[in-house]
Write a protein that binds this ligand. Structure first.
Ligand SMILES: CCCCCCCCCCCCC[C@H](O)CC(=O)SCCNC(=O)CCNC(=O)[C@H](O)C(C)(C)COP(=O)(O)OP(=O)(O)OC[C@H]1O[C@@H](n2cnc3c(N)ncnc32)[C@H](O)[C@@H]1OP(=O)(O)O
Length: 719
């Protein structure tokens, strides 16, 4: 899996051949080893150039191999043999040089990239560190601070930035391979020791300890509880303090620990889950590779509130013309100002001009007559949305798609008011829509595969991580979220404080606890939904609202907060206190403590101590349990899809893989036992009753998550 050729008389060209990204599988490593040895032996060969097939240098180690028993020549000695070779070795970097790919290039004596190349050490995003010498060679090449930044973030850099940092020696306008061969010819006979990074002394920098300590504090704050960023700092610190061979030992020890950690498994699972989500399938057998998406050149966006603005920005940035509609001139004007400002800020950051010519702002539905697709983003009200949908049918071309950005309303009910049910799908964006990566594409009972394919392709084009899901109340993400929120507020009733619950969740790895997130999103949003669904009405006692509604336990605490005008950050008060409306720093509010104590007294609840373990178990297992029900109901095609939704839409920590992966990692029988335990204590919370699928999987011997899909297929007929 490496091709050897002699070119220009004296150059050995070694081409890595393992499409699509020339990952360093055992076969590729063997191919490189044999080719290097051949080049070193061949007296005609005076220099060696490495490149990758299809203009992609190398995407790094083959991640799939990490989950099996690794065989073939190990990478570290292989790269060492390249560096130690007595002929100049030049890396010709086109496309990507990532992870082990860049480490291979760092083992070469020279590096040439073409203008489109991108380079990086993204191992940290897989729960690992660059363990083929990357943590020792890169600091010796570009210094401690720059290496720390690249290794702890896993950021990709352009060829131009790589040149400025000193990672590459040259950027070629055309072919990097041609340029590398010319460079190779020009350096024949020159001493190689100064080019061998491993021979360089540890890197001196003023106050190395201080720099590393600051980096450590930063990574701990940024990725709570994640081991890999911490290990990356420790390995780079070793490059500053120790000779190369000792630094390599440290790199290896740290990698061993990470490699065996559940976190690395979780993050590698997340890597593949994200890519598999794009390979959607519908219950009728239509799927990503047998359905054609339609081309979308022009789109309409109805409603320029927070969501509509973000959606319009995302579309325009991808080069799609947008007709943006509002019903009232004042709202249209303020929407126009906001969208324009967002595009201008983005363009300024990227040093380009804002694509404002792609935007039309109008009050008239008639301007939509030529669009290929419309995304409705009006207020979350079924009747209003139905009116918009039937109005759209009067002006749209017969073959234009209608998409709704509802966060949980019935897509079939909306489709039923149109003249084109097959062309109606949900596109559930997350706020702010131009920032958040997740898009749930919701297919209804009558949505055509073509409509789903079109929404998925459009989502990909605007750089979203898209997951196709079935139609049910709340779809996947919000259906599960409801139960997570329920558990959180029940724990407040039972004795916890918002601070305790949030702290437990943040220690688990969430960037923000659930109560801080609720304050950020606005408590009035859920209040309105509960009113619309009939959970709150005139028959509810305003003094002592019932804790039992629609046949199950109900916690009125969030409603009571809203009645006090505590809507969260926007009103300066919610579960926490803020200095002023709109400010972001959450402070404990003694009034909330008193409010909770009064509440418990009123209902005769004796508060008890709730541990962090209970918080995590009740929240995470309630989520996973509903995930199992979602799989039973065929609303999600796989546990991976559910996990991707939680990773990209709900801040689930990546080093925990997602709620379904977490359940598999904890052990399905443990999850089952815990749910049985909590359901016994809280029989009035039906969602804690273990799902049938969970019971079945445990009965089947708790297969690994990768096998659930086939078990679900077999089990479904028995359920
Ligand atoms: C028992 C104890 C032992 C402990 C000690 C062990 C020590 C072992 C020493 C190991 C040495 C370490 C070496 C190194 O430091 C480690 C690494 O290199 S880890 C890998 C680092 N590389 C990456 O993280 C890059 C990952 N890939 C990407 O970011 C992107 O794929 C891309 C390269 C930017 C391309 O993006 P796109 O064009 O958008 O394409 P896709 O992302 O859709 O990918 C296409 C296709 O390729 C598959 N793929 C991509 N990269 C890899 C890879 N590195 N390995 C395997 N497969 C890869 C991807 O899954 C897609 O597959 P498909 O979905 O099409 O099937």
């Amino acid at each position: 899996m490496a091709r050897y050729a002699r070119v220009k008389g004296s150059i050995a060209l070694i081409t890595l051949t393992n499409p699509p990204v020339n990952a360093l599988s055992a076969a590729v490593r063997r191919g490189i080893m044999e080719s290097v040895s051949r080049a070193l032996k061949d007296e005609q060969v005076k220099a060696v150039v490495f490149c990758g097939e299809n203009e992609k240098f190398c995407g790094g180690a083959d991640i799939k191999e990490f989950s099996g028993s690794m065989s073939g020549p190990p990478l570290v000695p292989l790269i060492h043999s390249i560096e130690a070779g007595e002929k100049p070795m030049v890396a010709a970097i086109e496309g990507v040089a990532l992870g082990g790919g860049l480490e291979l290039a760092l083992g070469c004596h020279y590096r040439v990239a073409n203008t489109k190349a991108c380079l990086g050490l993204p191992e940290v995003t897989l729960g690992l560190l660059p363990a083929a010498g990357g943590t020792q060679r890169l600091p010796r090449l570009i210094g401690i601070p720059a290496a720390l930044e690249l290794i702890t973030t896993g950021r990709h850099v352009s060829a131009q930035e790589a040149l400025q940092l000193g990672i590459v020696d040259q950027v070629a306008q055309g072919s990097a391979v041609q340029a590398a061969m010319e460079l190779a010819l020009s350096v024949i006979g020159q001493p190689l020791n100064p080019r061998r990074l491993s021979l360089r002394a540890p890197v001196w920098a003023p106050d190395v300890d201080g720099v590393c300590d600051a980096a450590l504090a930063q990574v701990k704050q940024r990725s709570r509880g994640a081991m890999a960023p911490v290990a990356c700092v420790q390995a780079v610190r070793a490059a500053a303090m120790l000779p190369y061979s000792k630094g390599m030992e440290r790199e290896r020890q740290l990698m061993d620990t990470l490699f065996r950690s559940g976190q690395a498994q979780a993050m590698q699972y997340a890597f593949f889950a994200q890519r598999n989500a794009g390979k959607w399938s519908l219950p009728n057998g239509s799927q990503w590779n047998n359905t054609r998406a339609r081309d979308v050149q022009r789109a309409g966006v109805i409603g320029l509130g927070t969501m509509g603005r973000g959606i319009a920005v995302s579309l325009v940035k991808a080069g799609i013309s947008v007709v943006a509609i509002e019903t009232d001139a004042k709202q249209l004007e303020s929407g126009k100002k906001a969208v324009t400002a967002m595009l201008q800020r983005d363009a300024q950051r990227r040093g380009v001009s804002p694509p404002l010519h792609l935007l039309t702002f109008t009050l008239s539905f008639h301007q939509l007559r030529d669009v290929d697709l419309v995304i409705e983003a009006v207020f979350e009200d079924m009747n209003l949305k139905k009116r918009v949908f039937s109005d759209l049918c009067k002006v749209l071309r017969a073959n234009s798609l209608i998409c709704t950005n509802t966060s949980g309303l019935n897509v079939d009910e909306l489709a039923a008011v149109t003249d084109r049910q097959p062309l109606v799908v949900g596109m559930h964006f997350f706020a702010p829509a131009h920032v958040m990566k997740l898009l749930e594409v919701v297919y209804g009972a009558r949505s055509s595969p073509e409509a789903v394919a079109t929404a998925m392709a459009l989502g990909k084009r605007i750089e979203k991580v898209c997951v196709a899901v079935g139609n049910c109340s709340g779809f996947v993400g919000n259906r599960m979220l409801k139960l997570y929120l329920d558990q959180s507020v029940y724990m407040l009733e039972e004795g916890a404080t918002p601070e305790q619950v949030d702290q437990a969740l943040e220690e688990f790895g969430f960037a923000m606890g659930i109560f801080k997130v609720s304050d950020l999103s606005g408590l009035d949003v859920g209040w309105r939904v509960r009113k619309a669904s009939g959970l709150i009405g005139p028959d509810v006692d305003p003094v002592k609202p019932s804790r039992w509604r629609l046949g199950r336990r109900y916690c009125p605490l969030p409603d009571m907060l809203c009645q006090q005008g505590r809507f969260g950050q926007k009103t300066g008060r919610g579960w926490y206190l803020y200095d002023s409306p709109g400010s972001k720093e959450a402070k404990s509010d003694p009034e909330i403590q008193t409010f909770l104590e009064d509440y418990r007294r009123k209902y005769g609840i004796i508060p008890r101590r709730i541990t962090s373990q209970e918080v995590i178990e009740r929240c995470a297992f309630a989520l996973a349990n509903e995930g199992f029900r979602i799989l039973e109901d065929r609303i999600a095609a796989s546990p991976e899809d559910i996990d991707v939704i939680y990773l990209f839409g709900y801040g689930w920590p990546r080093h925990r893989g997602g709620p379904m992966f977490y359940a598999s990692q904890v052990g399905l029988s443990v999850v089952l036992e815990k749910l049985e335990h909590y359901h016994r204590i809280h029989p009035d919370v039906p969602s804690l009753e273990p799902s049938r699928l969970l019971r079945r999987l445990v009965a089947e011997g708790s297969p690994p998550i990768q096998q659930w899909k086939s078990h679900i297929k077999n089990l479904r007929s028995h359920l």
